[in-house]
Design a protein around this ligand. Sequence first.
Ligand code: MG
Length: 396
Amino acid sequence: MPGRRDDPRGIVILGATGQIGRLTLELISRRGGELQVRALAARRNATGLAAAAARFQPAAVALADSAAADRFRQAAEGRWRGEILVGAEGLATLAAWDDAEIVVNAMVGAAGLPPSLVALQAGHRLALANKESLVIAGALVMQAAAESTGRLLPIDSEHSALLQCLSGRSREEIARLILTASGGPLRGHSAGALARVTPAEALRHPTWEMGPRITIDAATLFNKGMELIEAHWLFDVPFERLGVWVHPQSIVHALVEFRDGALLAHLSAPDMRLPIQYALSHPVRWPAPIPPCDLTRAGPLGFEAPDATRFPCLRIAQEAGRAGGTAPAVANAADEVLVVAFLSRRVPLTAIATGLETVLGRHRRVAAPSLEQILAADAWAREEAEAYAHDLGART
Ligand code: MG
């Protein structure tokens, strides 16, 4: 019998032209036909998507709207033929793609949530890099995973590290999960210096190369707070048992403290190809896509407690996670708006924390929200944060 095992595994990539999407495609070509790209989605990068479509020949692509689709059609002319879909419906079609086994969700923003739910409901493996899915709708996403044969595998380095440290362990044995944070480019800044920091300084991340929003979120530690919320949902661990250690070298990605006091840590070079590959290969491991990490040449590894006074966004995100319901969606949406306001020099970096507290303080939380209520809270928070940034900008 021809081995079914040797059939290529179908894969769909949402957010195919972003950093995670491009690295995923690079890993797929390294596997020499074992994985086959069935469909690709990008928001508006029509030329990038056309290049990927020409190279990987998926059956379908999806873009944000018909204008982007037209540009794609021109760019792909003569190099690719297939189905072109648009909008949220197009994404949903791709996320449920029949002969796909894996859906990589590397989209940025809340628009990534519905396709995450669809992929799990379709019984696919969801390799998840879209933070918003678990942050704003952890309960819905975990419920979709529990109710289907679909499986959720994190792509974020910290959560991939935790998954690997927890392999084969029972929940009762876990005392604490510790995520590391590089501390970002502003780790040593005083409170006064943080108030005057420019976007260019805040964008200079020492160890990871990422998009602008996540780089600012790494600098304020808001990103780490979001990752605590994701860890809470992924591993079903209460917030009291989740911690953060600042570790500037980004070699240790996470640690599990077990009830007997033993710590297991996951170490590797800070390179997203490793967690992406593990989300694809799990439960087995494939040969390394990068040179191994030589600790004798990595220099000393340091750890310190995060400074809650200078970096209040960590606590704010954590509290939103603990409050649950629509609070994390509000925190996430308000942060996104405030980060853009900072990057366009309309408000200082410190306004991200004060704006978050103001918007969260005004929010009337819904305890067990539906998808619609989550998206409504997201939209409300954007307006509130915009108004806050506008008022503050007008005053300074
Ligand atoms: Mg991370």
